[in-house]
Design a protein around this ligand. Structure first.
Ligand code: ZN
Length: 147
């Protein structure tokens, strides 16, 4: 499961829904893998306002990954302008400006969409319930007495 998913998950136990400590779920004993994906700056830009930045930073720290910046990046920092000579132009005079994903966007893409938890567990900070992650899928089915 991608780390971005953790931005949208809380404990499934009813009494935890109202507790602020049930979010985010804390990854433990995680085995991470990188699954490369094409970067989509528009998607990142749309996602930015919905990210719980402080909680994401916490998860990233708990996983021992390089820290995220203290504040969420500005949408405008996701693209940068690059000058290039169009393909096939042998004169080299027709320099054009193109917009490419910035390092900020690449870093964000890497951590949110390419870094995946393959095995491990997600632990609720409120009730301590552990949700197992196996082969990249978190199991949110609760035993009967907890539903
Ligand atoms: Zn809980």
């Amino acid at each position: 499961m991608k780390l971005l998913t953790l931005n949208f998950l809380t404990c499934a136990i009813k009494t935890c829904k109202t507790s602020p400590s049930s979010f985010p779920l804390h990854p433990q004993d995680s085995e991470l893998e990188i699954v490369e994906a094409d970067i989509n700056v528009l998607f990142l830009r749309n996602m930015l306002p919905r990210l719980m930045w402080n909680e994401l930073r916490l998860i990233v720290n708990e996983l021992g990954l390089p820290s995220l910046p203290e504040t969420a990046p500005d949408a405008s920092s996701l693209l940068e302008t690059k000058l290039q000579v169009p393909e096939g132009d042998t004169t080299g005079l027709n320099i054009e400006k193109i917009e490419v994903p910035s390092q900020v966007a690449k870093d964000l893409h890497r951590v949110l969409l390419e870094t995946c938890i393959r095995e491990g567990k997600l632990v609720c900070g409120n009730c301590g319930h552990e949700y197992k992650v196996m082969e990249g899928v978190a199991n949110f089915l609760l035993p009967g007495h907890l539903v």
